[in-house]
Ligand binder design. Structure first.
Ligand SMILES: [Zn+2]
Length: 256
């Protein structure tokens, strides 16, 4: 489930991503009542098997059994914020009546990687953004420098507006936008994310500074390509800053 809207009485309208019919708006009657049979399935990010029936133009949720609650994501405020960002991006990049089984799998695997496999959130975020954009037709051209053609730029940069790679010293003609600095390792990881089999998506590891470059470049690429910011991403960043400050305080207290 990607998003919920509360409506009259105890109902909710759910925006869900289905395996066969793409994105769908579904009315969940009584889902806000505590004893509702469908309350568990009618929560953000829960993966369920749903039985729907049609009434006029609306799909109504009749029965649901949850397949995966992603408790590990739900219990951690930082992971839940990041998962909400994944849901917002997914909602934007999927459509009604367009089946997107690859995107659904990508989202489920990202939530599993975060909450169950305990992968670093920075890694999951960068890989998810890049792969989702590529699956949605926004694949950056990372094979070689767009100017001189070398496959191994010394100081690689990603032009996030044009979606091309270039060397720092190779100025792009008619350059409009922002270029983010990469390095050998972060570029290799980004190429891996674009080419690998779905199950191998997180099968890479980077030192913290290279991971930071990959994360910054992927996030800037998503924002530039989709030409917008994300409320859920801003919230995630505020939480992360807060946690960093708390950690520093704890270190100081332990040290003193
Ligand atoms: Zn070049």
């Amino acid at each position: 489930m990607l998003r919920e809207t509360e409506t009259k009485e105890a109902d909710k309208i759910l925006t869900i991503l289905t395996r066969t019919e793409g994105k769908l708006a579904v009315i969940a009657r009584g889902a806000r009542r505590r004893r509702s049979r469908i309350a568990a399935a009618a929560q953000l990010l829960v993966y369920s098997e749903m039985t729907l029936y049609q009434k006029g133009n609306w799909s109504i949720l009749d029965e649901a059994s949850t397949l995966e609650l992603f408790d590990g994501v739900r219990r951690d405020v930082e992971f839940l914020a990041l998962g909400s960002y994944f849901a917002e991006l997914t909602e934007l990049l999927t459509a009604e009546d367009v089946p997107s089984p690859e995107i659904l799998s990508l989202l489920l695997n990202a939530l599993y990687a975060l909450g169950t496999l305990h992968r670093e959130p920075e890694q999951v975020k960068a890989a998810f953004e890049l792969r989702l954009l590529a699956l949605s037709g926004f694949e950056p051209m990372l094979e070689s420098c767009a100017v001189c053609g070398t496959g191994m730029p010394e100081e690689p940069m990603l032009d996030v507006v044009q979606g091309v790679l270039h060397c720092r010293r190779c100025a792009l003609e008619g350059r409009r936008g922002l270029s983010m600095p990469l390095c050998f390792s972060s570029l290799a990881a980004m190429r891996h994310v674009l080419r690998c089999a779905p199950k191998r998506l997180y099968a890479f590891s980077l030192p913290p500074d290279a991971l930071r470059r990959m994360e910054d470049a992927s996030e800037a690429f998503a924002a530039a390509q989709l030409e917008r910011g994300f409320r859920t991403l801003d919230f995630y960043k505020r939480i992360r800053i807060k946690e960093t400050i708390q950690m520093t305080d704890t270190e100081r207290n332990n040290g003193g």
